[in-house]
Each structure stands twice: as C-alpha cells, then as structure tokens.
Design a protein around this ligand. Sequence first.
Ligand code: ADP
Length: 494
Amino acid sequence: MSKVKKSEAEGTPLKFFGDWKYAPAPESKEHIRLKKQYGLFINGEFVQPKSKKYFDTINPATEEKIAEIAIADEKDVDLAVNAASKAYNNVWKKMHAKERAKYIYRIARMIQERARELAVIETMNGGKPIRESRDIDVPLAANHFFYYAGWADKLNYAFPNRTPQSLGVAGQIIPWNFPLLMAAWKIAPALAAGNTVVLKPAETTSLTALKLAEIIAESGLPEGVVNIVTGFGKTGAAIVQHPNVNKVAFTGSTDVGKIIQKAIAGTSKRVTLELGGKAANIVFDDAPIDQAVEGIVNGIFFNQGHVCCAGSRLLVQEGVADIVIRKLKERMETLIVGDPMDKNTDIGAINSKEQLKKIQQYITIGINEGAELYQSSCTLPNKGFFCKPTLFLNTSQSHRVVQEEIFGPVLAVQTFRTVEEAIEKANNIPYGLSAGIWTDKGSKIFNMTTKLRAGVVWANTYNKFDPTSPFGGYKESGFGREGGLHGLLPYLQL
Ligand code: ADP
C-alpha cells in the first residue's frame, strides 16, 4: 500500500518561485592566467609539437576561443613515452616511496592553493556550473592526490603478504566530463604505485590538465615522471599502441573502449576501462519523496547529465509515481539554465556542439518511439550550447532512450510494481556502472544492492564521491576500479 494518499498526489501544485529571478552572481575571471597557446608537457617542460599543429579550444557557453592547444602526433607521443620510460628507470622507481609521497602531497596542496583559478578555467572550458567545479571537481581532485600520497609508502600494508611492484609507464586517456578530476583519478594512484605517466586529456577540455602540468612543473616533480600530451583520438591511439607503454587506463565511450581493447589484444599491456552507463534511480513508495526528487535532479540535471554514472533512468513505484513526477516537474521549473560562470546556475552549457547535436537526436528518437516529452519552460541563452532539462514519460524497456547512453540532461521514466520488477528493469540494459535506491527500509537496500548489476549503488543519495571508495562498472561499463585501495591494484603487480 502506498503511504501517499491520492488526494495529496493530485492536490494543488506546490508553490515555487518560477517568476522570481535571482540577481546575477558571476564569478570573477580576473585572477586567472591563461596563455594564448599551449604546447605539450614533455620531460618537465612545455615544448612545441613536432606536428607544428594546433587547434582552438573554446568556451561552450559563449563559443569564444580561449586558447590554442597543440596536437601531438606519433613522434610527440614517442618523445613523451620515452621521457616517462627514462624517468621510471632512472629516477622514480629508485626513489624511496616516502619521497615519492611528498611530491604527490605537494601537488595536492598546490591544487588547493590554486583551487579558484582551476575551478574558473574548468567552467570556462567545459561548460559546467562554477558551483560544481568549485565545490566538487577541484576539491575532489586535491583529495585524490592527498589520499594516494598517504598510500605511496604503505603499499606493503595495503597488500599484506604480497610484494607490490610498479608496472612502468602508464598511458592514460580521459574524457571531457570531469577534466581535472579524471586526471587526478588517473595520475595520483599511478604515481603512488611507483609508475610514470603519459596522460591525454579530451580534445574539448585540455586546459585544466595543462594547468595541472604547470603545477607539476612548479612542484619540482622529477622531469618526465608526468607528461601531458594533447590532441584528438589519433593521439590517444598512439599512446595505446606505443610499445613502451605498460599499462593503459581509459575513461570514455564504450565504442572507443572496444577499439582500445582490440588494439592491445595479444600484448602484455594491462588495461582498465571505465566506460558508459545508464543508471537507474529507483524510488520505492516508502521513500522520502522530497529527498528522492532532489536526488533525481542531482543525478541527471546538475552537470548537464555529463556524468557516466548519471541517474539517467528513473524507476518509480506505481503508488508514488504521480506525486514524484509532479514534484519533479515543479523542481525542474525552478532549475536555472544558463551562464555556467554564474553562481546561481544549476545547469550550464553542453560541452560541445557535437554533444548537443547527439542529445537533440536522442530527443527526436524518444519522440518517434512514442515516449511523452516534457521539458521545463526555461529560455535558453542565444549563444552557446544549451539543453533544457528533459523528461521522457511512458517509456518502455526496449526504447532506445531507456537503453542507450545520451550523456545529457534527459531522464527516461518508467514505473514498477514489485522489487523483482525493479531489479529486472534496472539490470536489463547493456551497462552496469551505477544505481540509486530510495527507500525507508535498510533491508530493502541490502537486498537490492546484492542483486543490482552495478559497480556503485547509492542509497538515499546520489552522485557522491570519495577518494577512499572504489568506482567502476560491469558489462559494457568496463572493468577495473578507480579510487580506494582497489584503485592501486591496476597500477601494481602483486
Ligand atoms: P566521449 O564520447 O566521452 O567524448 P570518447 O571515447 O570519444 O568519449 O573520448 C574519450 C577520450 O578518448 C578522449 O580523450 C579522446 O580523444 C580519446 N580517444 C578517441 N578515440 C580514441 C582512440 N581510437 N584511441 C584512444 N583514444 C581515443
């Protein structure tokens, strides 16, 4: 029996301040330092690319050019990998783990010191709201370095009765949704485990990785221990295929993950892949409804749905479906879509024109499949790439908007009657990265967590991250874990 009375579900709409505007609260850009052109960070210094080619990186909220970024070709990647190899054999491998820890710790401190600058650049280059960059991405990036600095000289305690040994050069390729945080997720455990690194940021969001390169240079980290090369898919492929790369760590699309796995088949390279997701946020009829609605909004709309573990499906128990959907629509009306640099903004810019096009194509697909579209009535800025928060109601399990990753602020809604049906629907997709459960009952949570095929399951919350906690997926969401003790394993031979 539902705890919510029918009359409550059908009652007069809740009041919200739809017409009431917040005064603009733009974050200042004055304190940031950006160069007009960025080279490649190889062997401790910024160098011109051998290719002599550059591309423009833009602000997706204004479509304005911010800087020129170097394109690394095979020769550049070769230089970076050789620098990492030399640094590994001559310096980093031989250094006492306690000394290695000090460098990692210093990088963490310097990220904290330059947090404001990093947050502003992250938002300018990626389009995410400044609140997200400032309160989540940058502090978490620093925390990852702090956390792994702590493990660097304690690997024998982390893996007792084993002999943890580093692997060599780690080639790391990251996506555009959490540019600095993904760099931290990759670099910090690799260094703590005693490896050296060649990292490639995504083509649309290279700037904070390059700022991190400046921090790394200032930190005095021995040259060649971390190299950062920029460019497109071809640059990534050159890293993956380089014979002196011992380990590949990739976060990105399932399609590219499959290409990478094929490319390294038959080699001795180790690999971890963190790929797509299509997480179900499951709301039971005994859930705290207001909290659940806030969790749904946090799960899919904040950060423009640019999160691989986004709660992009809502499974709501029939008895509370009406009230949850009504409250969700009302909350969507209050979401502020627009200038990511404004501290009031909830939903910033879509990362690129291509990504916006992909999201729009999925919206058309959903309509053609017969799902019911609902979008908030907000107006979008004239310039830049923006998308309204979107619901698809009356969807069925076979709909593409239910099965496929959209990577935008689009939520597919389904209902269920029993626990078994919720588990069946949640699991019946190609992905298995994350899930959320909203219920009053601890026993229901424990029952669900054992049956959901998802690497991370949040209970009565969503999208919460901590460096101590492992993250990763099942099925087409990839394999290997990042974060926590588990996050050291891919970088070690035990
Ligand atoms: P998304 O769809 O999130 O943009 P991609 O998988 O296309 O994800 O990109 C993630 C990262 O992988 C980016 O840094 C991109 O440049 C890189 N990349 C793209 N194609 C390849 C490839 N064939 N080999 C290695 N890296 C690649």
